[in-house]
Design a protein around this ligand. Structure first.
Ligand SMILES: [Zn+2]
Ligand SMILES: [Zn+2]
Length: 89
């Protein structure tokens, strides 16, 4: 099997999986994600996976923080809401 065929098979399997998820026969494990400055969401079921979710309009729910080092070695900052916490040492 060449690379093109492998790619096509993977796409075919993904499409089959997505249709099973959409019909409710398979629990979504969020195979395709979309993200922006607000957060990340699953493209299939729409579940919020990080921050406030992709293309968020509702900020009443708490942010699902995604922490990144600030560079000083002492703190981490959330990519989405810009909260700062003490880094794990
Ligand atoms: Zn999902
Ligand atoms: Zn956050």
């Amino acid at each position: 099997m060449n690379a093109q065929e492998m790619y096509e098979q993977a796409m075919h399997e993904l499409a089959a999986k997505i249709s099973l998820i959409r019909s409710g026969d398979l629990v979504c494990d969020h195979p395709i994600k979309q993200g922006d400055n607000y957060g990340t969401s699953c493209s299939i079921c729409g579940e919020r996976l990080a921050g406030y979710g992709y293309n968020a309009r509702d900020f009443s729910l708490p942010c699902l923080h995604e922490w990144w080092p600030t560079g000083d070695g002492l703190h981490e900052v959330c990519t989405f809401c810009e909260s700062v916490r003490q880094a794990d040492t």
